[in-house]
Design a protein. Structure first.
Length: 299
């Protein structure tokens, strides 16, 4: 890969669904970045997804709103299809709030080694593993955390989908796209994409690029559908070659066990019964030799 230009152009891609107030708050925060993006491209399905989101939130930055079909991979592909002459694409979940120097630190990682093709940042707090965090909490927490002096760069198995950046010259060379057979919330689409990029460069975590993931429960897939994807998706990815079979069976088995055990005392914010049902439906299809992630659309 060639050297990045002195001032790389960055496009921030946001696939959004059902979180308009959170999205608007995130856009305002992106306006505070020490290195501002050249463009912010948002892909949505319904007009209600972007209520209150206007160019006035990011004066001086090109804000593009694109309507597409529902589903994380499909929406991210729309964003990739509309990339222009940018050098880096940064995908953020619509509920990931980056530290004010996130883009600056992320670019420093890319500049450190031309072999780096993908970067994921350090998640300071992740509401996805609990009931979720509020925008108010995230903004207050970011104010408490000072700019990180930890600029460690560590090779990782995959990027974490809530915050991941890639060199667009690699994406153009490989014609890589997110797998739209992983519909809706997807599950492991980030692993699939970054593992397919890996042969063309390093995939790393830059600990200086930090942020907080709300893990918002709005706009999520139903418990049954998510439970089905927890089993089928990793096995499907193993069959296509972007995931290891051993990893796939361990992941599927671990989530099945977790859902069974926790179904006796389920967390209020998790549909354990639904996930468990989805798990069993998926294992039944596995035994029948059916690895079709898109089957969740029929559940």
């Amino acid at each position: 890969m060639t050297d990045l230009p002195g001032e790389p152009k960055v496009i921030v891609g946001l696939a959004t669904s059902g979180r308009a107030p959170v999205l608007a708050a995130l856009i305002r925060e992106l306006n505070r970045q020490s290195v501002r993006p050249d463009r912010i491209v948002i892909c949505y399905k319904d007009p209600t997804d972007i209520e209150g989101v206007t160019p006035a939130l990011v004066p001086g930055c090109d804000l593009v709103l694109l309507q597409g079909s529902r589903g994380l991979p499909a929406q991210r592909n729309v964003i990739l299809d509309h990339a222009q002459d940018e050098d880096i694409v940064l995908f953020l979940d619509d509920d990931f709030f980056p530290q004010h120097d996130y883009i600056e630190k992320m670019l420093a990682v890319f500049r450190s080694d031309n072999r780096i093709a993908g970067v994921t940042g350090k998640v300071l707090e992740d509401g996805a593993v609990g009931p979720g965090l509020t925008v108010k909490h995230a903004l207050a927490a970011l104010a408490r955390y000072s700019s990180s002096q930890d600029n460690a760069i560590v090779d990782v198995f995959n990027t974490y989908g809530c915050n991941m950046a890639f060199r667009l010259d690699v994406i153009r060379h490989t014609a890589a796209r997110f797998d739209e057979r992983l519909p809706l919330y997807a599950w492991y689409e980030d692993i699939d994409f970054s593992r397919r990029i890996l042969p063309y460069g390093r995939i790393v975590r830059g600990d200086g690029a930090q942020g907080i993931h709300l893990g918002s429960k709005k706009g999520k897939t139903s418990g049954v559908r998510l439970g089905y994807s927890q089993i089928i998706n990793p096995l499907y990815l193993a069959r296509k070659g972007s995931y290891l079979w051993g990893h796939a069976f361990r992941s599927a088995g671990r989530h099945t066990l977790i859902n069974v055990v926790r179904s006796f005392r389920p967390e209020p914010w998790v549909d354990r019964q639904g996930r468990m049902k989805g798990n069993w439906l998926a294992w039944r299809d596995v035994l029948r030799g059916r690895l079709r992630p898109e089957h969740i659309l029929d559940l």
